[in-house]
Design a protein around this ligand. Structure first.
Ligand code: CA
Length: 236
């Protein structure tokens, strides 16, 4: 069960680092997924067999049984999409993982936004979980339309040019339309571990988005400030 009480597609997170596992599961649940965690390979294989999830996130570096062995075991009786979490310098692991049947991999350190994009992509492609996912490739709210695949934003039908981070920021906000997007969640998803700026970086990007998207940027009606907490995209 996620924070809004809806039940979404289930993702099993097999990761032995508690802090990383927790932040990944939080990001997934914020996106509407349910999650179950496993801290080693044996537990991971058992959890996947028991819960039959829509997707598995699998760390390669696990105590005991390695992620590659886990992948091999899961593949014996399941075609669930598997995304491997690999360290930067383990090219051989990535290749081996894909050969063993993993569908994709993400290299640590990764941004939560990048990871969530990969998760959504794999779940969309997976026919067995297709029942869970409505097509959400075009996000709409008020005068604004954001087309993920075309990477295009329109206001009242007119294309507006956004920089890459502005696009990612708008997408992050629109995926939580009419709900609070907390500052930490936004920064984690849009900038991830590459966020070196002070907290003003986010506000500067918000300001630019308002200038490009709002009729009156000084009185925004779609990208509103939630004082002290973050921002909210309003389906005006
Ligand atoms: Ca690990």
């Amino acid at each position: 069960m996620n924070e809004t009480g809806r039940r979404g597609p289930l993702v099993v997170v097999i990761e032995d680092e508690p802090a990383l596992a927790e932040s990944v599961r939080f990001a997934l649940e914020t996106e509407g997924f349910d999650t179950v965690g496993a801290v080693d390979g044996v537990d991971g294989v058992a959890t996947v067999r028991k819960h039959r999830p829509a997707l598995v996130l699998l760390d390669v570096m696990l105590p005991g049984m390695t992620g590659l062995d886990v992948c091999r075991q899961i593949r014996r009786d399941s075609d669930v999409p598997i995304i491997m979490l690999t360290a930067r310098d383990t090219e051989a692991d990535k290749v081996a993982g894909l050969e063993l049947g993993a569908d994709d991999y993400v290299t640590k350190p990764f941004s939560m936004r990048e990871l969530m994009a990969r998760v959504r992509s794999q779940i969309r492609r997976s026919s067995r979980s297709g029942q869970f996912i409505e097509s959400n490739e075009v996000l709409r709210g008020g005068r604004i339309t954001l087309d993920i695949d075309a990477h295009e934003v329109r206001v009242d039908g007119e294309v507006v040019e956004l920089r890459p981070k502005e696009f990612e920021l708008l997408e992050t906000l629109m995926r939580r339309t009419n709900r609070l997007s907390g500052r930490d969640v936004i920064i984690d998803e849009v900038w991830g571990s590459s966020y070196f700026g002070d907290t003003k970086t986010l506000d500067v990007h918000i300001k630019r988005l308002r200038q490009k998207l709002e009729t009156d940027p000084s009185n925004p009606v779609q990208i509103v400030t939630v004082r002290g907490l973050g921002y909210k995209f309003v389906d005006g």
